[in-house]
Write a protein that binds this ligand. Structure first.
Ligand code: FAS
Ligand code: PHB
Length: 389
């Protein structure tokens, strides 16, 4: 079997790249070790930058996002018992789209099927070969047989735990990492959100986030120790803790209900450099991870895809390698700006184990200045809506 671009991973990165390639008439095959249902069962990101929404439109898969997504012109920062709105649209002329990653993944899978894109699910032990040479290929196991797929390029869209980055000789890779000493305990519940916009809360007991998936489905998070166990957190205990971290005007109107998803996500910042090794390109979480505080993970995957697709299209239509040669440096520039923003939001909003009253006062002083300064709020807003590609 042969294709032009072999894509490892059927998450947002792989699906978005695959659709852009298909639309451009560039043959590609997506392989994933998991099945479609498992991929669609994962609950992840919730906020799309305009650039990401535009990429979904460019892929021809944006209709349901515009029909069901929630355009948001701002969000609130809550601290010292009050919340303060950051007017994204007033400060930047841009907004964000609240639309769950699960829905985006479904829309891209649906589009791929409708346009005849080939995806091989349950492809086990995918192994890339000769991506530093002239004849890259990969092997995989399915239905008890080992298969070979020859290709021109391999896009490693297989996430943080995937095989792509691990296939690169370690001496060719430099990684940068910051592991945060806490996680996010999150729930999904079919009740109206406590507010029509997102609320990021700084509190001496820890961070909290009130988000949503629709006007009838809420997504709530509270910062927790990494040693916490899901089974120790009843819905009642979760809501009590969430109320304690929110300003009273929100805590008093919080609508509760039985959660149908509950999980703990660790927080880390991670970047692998470079993002290209011959014919192998690392995309999205395969190359970088950001703490979800800045809502950047999924959005960085979209900008990586923009840069890589541009380079691949240029290669096949203009026989130029300039775009592919520039991929890693172009992508990493935007990656690091998002890593910095996500780190700064995480540092400003969370309680660290070695924090004391002084540290809480410093965070509150930073937040007081931020919400009181057009310049500081504009800088925050520019990063939150997404810097230009
Ligand atoms: P993904 O990890 O989504 O997809 C990788 C795909 O590759 C998967 O389908 C997997 O099955 C497959 N794969 C893995 N290893 C493989 C192998 N060896 N062989 C073949 N296939 C393989 N971002 C936000 O912006 N906001 C959030 O709130 C947020 N919350 C998150 C919560 C969690 C628990 C996690 C893990 C991430 C969260 N993220 C969030 C980040 C997340 O949304 C990612 O940025 C996004 O999924 C990146 O998409 P992909 O790069 O496609 O990687
Ligand atoms: C979410 O809705 O899951 C979400 C929204 C914004 C974030 C992180 C997560 O910063």
């Amino acid at each position: 079997m042969r294709t032009k671009v072999a894509i490892i991973g059927s998450g947002p990165s792989g699906l978005l790249l695959g659709q852009l390639l298909t639309n451009a008439g560039i043959d590609n095959i997506i392989l994933d070790r998991a099945g479609k249902d498992y991929i669609l069962s994962r609950v992840r990101a919730g906020v799309l930058e305009e650039g990401t929404a535009g990429m979904l439109d460019f892929a021809g898969a944006g209709a349901r996002m515009h029909a069901e997504g929630l355009p948001h012109d701002g969000f609130s920062l809550a601290f010292k018992g009050r919340d303060h709105r950051i007017d994204l649209f007033g400060l930047t002329g841009k907004r964000v789209m609240v639309y769950g990653q699960t829905e985006l993944t479904y829309d891209l899978m649906d589009k791929r099927e409708a346009t005849g894109g080939k995806t091989i699910f349950d492809a086990l032990n995918i192994t890339p070969y000769d991506f530093s040479g002239d004849s890259p290929y990969l092997t995989y196991e399915k239905d008890g047989l080992t298969h070979r797929l020859d290709c021109d390029f391999i896009a490693g869209c297989d996430g943080y735990h995937g095989i792509s980055r691990r296939s690169v000789p370690q001496q060719a890779l430099k990684t940068f990492e910051r592991v945060y000493p806490f996680g996010w305990l999150g729930i999904l519940v079919d009740v109206p959100p406590v507010s029509h916009e997102l609320i990021y809360a700084n509190h001496p007991r820890g961070f909290a986030l009130c988000s949503m998936r629709s006007e009838t489905r809420s997504r709530y998070y509270i910062q927790c120790d990494l040693a916490e166990k899901i089974n120790d957190w009843s819905d009642e205990r979760f809501y009590d803790e969430l109320r304690r971290r929110l300003p009273r005007n929100h805590a008093e109107v919080l609508v509760v209900g039985p959660s149908f998803e509950k999980s703990i996500a660790p927080l880390r910042s991670f970047v692998a450099e470079p993002m290209r090794f011959g014919a192998l390109f690392l995309v999205g979480d395969a190359a970088h991870i950001v703490p979800p505080t800045g809502a950047k993970g999924l959005n960085l995957a979209a900008s990586d895809v923009h840069y890589l697709f541009s380079g691949l299209a240029e290669h096949y239509t203009e026989h130029s390698s300039a775009g592919l040669d520039a991929y890693s440096s172009r992508a990493l520039k935007r990656v690091w700006s998002a890593v910095r923003f996500s780190w700064s939001m995480t540092t400003m909003m969370h309680r660290f184990p070695d924090s004391g009253e002084f540290d809480q006062k410093i965070q509150e002083a930073e937040l007081d200045y931020l919400v009181g300064s057009v310049a500081a709020s504009s800088a925050l807003a520019e990063n939150y809506v997404g810097l230009p590609y």
